[in-house]
Ligand binder design. Sequence first.
Ligand SMILES: Cc1cc2nc3c(=O)[nH]c(=O)nc-3n(C[C@H](O)[C@H](O)[C@H](O)COP(=O)(O)OP(=O)(O)OC[C@H]3O[C@@H](n4cnc5c(N)ncnc54)[C@H](O)[C@@H]3O)c2cc1C
Length: 133
Amino acid sequence: MTGQYQFQEHPRSYYAATANEKVEYPALEGKITADICVVGGGFTGVATALELAERGYSVILTEANRIAWGATGRNGGQLIHGISGLHRVRKKHGEGIADMLWDLEWRGHDIVHERVARYAIDCDLKMDTSKLR
Ligand SMILES: Cc1cc2nc3c(=O)[nH]c(=O)nc-3n(C[C@H](O)[C@H](O)[C@H](O)COP(=O)(O)OP(=O)(O)OC[C@H]3O[C@@H](n4cnc5c(N)ncnc54)[C@H](O)[C@@H]3O)c2cc1C
């Protein structure tokens, strides 16, 4: 980041206090080429970058502060199941769309469980929520 931007460390949070590994990447300098550049190292950016890398793309992930600096490093750490307003979607767009969204929510849980297992992430994952389905 250039110009007036002021880099910020993690704020005080459970994540910051308990993260297993503090990663410090160098500031981006010069020109770098990749298939895809993902901006923002929260859940969304990291998951997108990882998915694309797993599919064989070369990916650059840029983060203005630290990985998980934003909402991702400040949340309650719960695998929440729910999209607000699903009942309205059901009413307006029908069962098919609502069911697809419902399946999509659970697919997200599956992806988390799969990645924790695949990369042996030591993150205190407590429960297999697939049992609740
Ligand atoms: C207090 C709180 C509690 C929550 N609890 C839960 C929970 O228990 N369970 C749950 O599922 N969800 C919870 N959430 C929601 C969840 O944390 C968010 O939906 C999720 O983290 C959003 O991820 P994100 O990657 O989209 O955004 P963020 O995590 O905010 O990531 C965005 C990143 O982009 C970076 N960035 C921004 N602009 C630029 C730029 N120009 N260049 C480079 N980098 C940039 C920021 O520094 C930041 O790191 C909670 C949220 C909050 C705030």
